[in-house]
Structure formats: structure tokens, C-alpha cells
Design a protein around this ligand. Structure first.
Ligand code: FPP
Ligand code: MG
Length: 338
């Protein structure tokens, strides 16, 4: 089992410097806003996005070829790379704060969500504040190429969220709809995270594009795994299982089963899904049906195809500690249980 600390190892000092960079640049006027900001930033999760940015930057830097396996003790990324990592991480943080408002979620990463602690109106303002500070930092540092990428990614996140909500209301998500939604809400920002790492160290257009495709492939895999974990009662994600069914979200495990069912069976499943918001017996019945028909395992096969695509893209690079970490990140995403 790959451990996240092993992936971080070659960039350990840079990740610490990145945390200091975030702390130095994020503080708010006013006690309440500062308290909410500290709360939101103190549990940023696994930090997959900044890790991806720092690894992609390091792999494309001219010094990569000389790096040793223990290179993580020294900091070697530039301020421009830290800014790139900050842009993607803060947009992600703000989007989750807003997402919990939209989903009326009480928990995030095993503790009360911002909306549960301070109500939704304050959570909306906090998300807006983080976005505003992020964009003004990007503009003040005049790194317009980086800012332009994340501006596009922010719009894409919103498009994905609206599309997901429309389909959840209509109970009509097809495989194509699902892939469009997860591209927009997850893969696009992971693609930008990897691309910005390469761009921040002056990589060629072709390399930046390859990193974007790499990030998108692991992003699709990451979201499919997230959706599989939602069916797993033993998951360690800090989120209750079956939330997607309660939120009327049709994800890949259910789509795989629906595609192999008759029209009458599909109608039965949708009828159960319609009741999932307020009826726990319907949640259990639909869950059992999807698990019995191997929905999660079938979704896992599709997820693996995206992992293979990502591995193929990163195999084009020389073996360095950073390239090895990106390979390990692919395995970690496919295996993760949290
Ligand atoms: C989590 O999905 C949600 C996202 C990855 C994107 C949310 C995007 C928005 C709310 C649009 C706002 C955008 C910006 C830039 C502020 P999920 O609900 O499937 O996952 P979860 O189980 O972790 O909540
Ligand atoms: Mg959510």
C-alpha cells in the first residue's frame, strides 16, 4: 500500500515552505472572519493539488536529473511555483466550502463543516473571501498566465456543479453526463494543478499539455474512486456512506448496474432513488442492489483505465524521485480508502 508521506518525500521541504507561504499570505481583518479562515485552512485534507503542482514543477526543472532519492530535505521550488500551488489549493478549498452549503452537508473531513458551525450565509462569504484573496494575490504578483488558467478552472467548476444539480433533480444521469460532470468538477482543476507546476518552471507547451492530461486522467480516477468509496461503509473518508444516493446523485457504480439492467429494473432503481432523500430503507435497498450487482467493482475497472492512461503519460519522463512520486500517486489514488 502506497503511503502519502512516501509520495511527499522528494518535495517534503517544499511542502513545508508552501504551508508557510499560505500562512503568510492568508489572514483576515476582523475576529470572526479570521476565526473562520483559520478553521477552514487548518484542515486542508491530503493536499493532492499542491503536491501535484510541486511534483510537476520539480520533474520539469533543469535540476531534476541530478536529484537523489533523499532530495526532499532541501527546498528547491521557486515562489512562482508556490503561488501556482496556492492558486489551485485555495480555489479547491473555497469550492468545498460552497459545496457543503449547496449539499447542506454538516461534516467535512470528520469535523463540522463551515456552514454547520457558522451557518450558510457566513460560509458563502468565507468562500468568496478566499477566492477574492486568491485572485488578488495572483494579480498582485503579476503572474497573469497562472491566474488565467485558474480563472478558467473556476468557471468550469461552477458549470460542473450546476450540471450535477440539474441531473440530480431530473434523475437522468447517463454515462456521458457523469463523465462531463466529473471532468468539470474534479478533473479540470487537477489538470490545471499539474499543468501550472510545469508552466511555473518554463516547461514547453507540449509538456504543459501533457501534464494537464496527466492531471485530468488522475482527476477522473480520483472522482470515480470517491464515488466508489461512497458505497463503502468501511471507508475512512470522514464522510457518511451513501451520501450520493441521499443527494440523488447517480454515479458510476449505479450507472454500470443500470446499463446492465432491463428497462423495468432501471425504473425500480430510479423509484428507489427518488425516495432516498427522506427514506433510509430506500437508501439501504438501493445500496444492496448496486453492491449485489457488482457496481463498485465494475466502476473500479473503468477507474483503472484512467490510471493506466496517466501512467503512460508519466512514463515518457526519465526516472527521477519526482517521476517516481507521480507514479506512486497514481497507485495511491487507485488504492485509497480515505
Ligand atoms: C465536491 O463534490 C465538489 C466539488 C469538487 C466542486 C464544487 C464546486 C462548486 C461548489 C462551485 C463553486 C466554485 C468555486 C470556484 C467557489 P462532491 O459533493 O461530490 O464531494 P464531497 O462528497 O466531498 O462533498
Ligand atoms: Mg458535496
Amino acid at each position: 500500500m502506497v503511503k502519502i508521506d512516501d509520495i511527499r518525500k522528494p518535495i517534503a521541504a517544499d511542502l513545508e515552505a508552501f504551508d508557510r507561504f499560505v500562512a503568510d499570505n492568508f489572514s483576515a481583518e476582523g475576529d470572526m472572519l479570521q476565526e473562520m479562515l483559520v478553521y477552514a485552512l487548518s484542515s486542508r485534507g491530503k493536499g493532492v493539488r499542491p503536491m501535484l503542482t510541486l511534483l510537476a514543477a520539480s520533474m520539469h526543472s533543469p535540476a531534476a536529473a541530478d536529484a537523489k532519492d533523499d532530495c526532499g530535505a532541501e527546498q528547491h521550488c521557486s515562489k512562482r511555483t508556490y503561488l501556482a500551488a496556492l492558486l489551485v489549493e485555495m480555489i479547491h478549498t473555497a469550492s468545498l466550502i460552497h459545496d457543503d452549503v449547496l449539499d447542506s452537508a454538516d461534516e467535512r473531513r470528520g469535523r463540522p463543516s463551515v456552514n454547520a458551525k457558522w451557518q450558510s450565509d457566513m460560509a458563502v462569504i468565507l468562500g468568496d473571501y478566499i477566492l477574492a484573496r486568491t485572485m488578488s494575490l495572483g494579480m498582485a504578483s503579476a503572474q497573469y498566465d497562472l491566474v488565467s488558467y485558474v480563472g478558467t478552472a473556476m468557471g468550469t467548476l461552477c458549470e460542473g456543479e450546476v450540471l450535477q444539480s440539474q441531473h440530480a433533480q431530473r434523475f437522468d444521469t447517463t454515462r456521458d453526463d457523469y463523465f462531463r460532470i466529473i471532468y468539470q468538477k474534479t478533473a479540470s482543476l487537477l489538470g490545471v494543478s499539474a499543468a501550472l507546476g510545469a508552466l511555473s518552471v518554463g516547461a514547453s507547451r507540449e509538456e504543459v499539455d501533457r501534464m494537464r492530461k496527466f492531471g485530468e486522467a488522475i482527476g477522473i480516477a480520483f472522482q470515480i474512486q470517491d464515488d466508489i468509496l461512497d458505497y463503502n461503509r468501511q471507508n475512512n473518508t470522514g464522510k457518511p456512506s451513501n451520501n450520493d444516493l441521499r443527494e440523488h446523485k447517480i454515479t458510476l457504480p449505479m450507472i454500470e448496474v443500470m446499463e446492465r439492467s432491463t428497462a423495468a429494473e432501471r425504473d425500480e432503481m430510479i423509484a428507489l432513488l427518488r425516495r432516498c432523500h427522506e427514506d433510509e430503507a430506500a437508501v439501504d435497498a438501493l445500496h444492496e442492489r448496486i453492491v449485489a450487482a457488482h457496481g463498485p467493482e465494475l466502476a473500479q475497472q473503468t477507474m483503472q483505465a484512467y490510471i493506466s492512461r496517466a501512467l503512460h503519460l508519466v512514463s515518457k519522463y526519465a526516472t527521477t524521485p519526482y517521476q517516481k512520486s507521480l507514479i506512486a500517486l497514481c497507485t495511491y489514488i487507485a488504492e485509497r480508502d480515505r
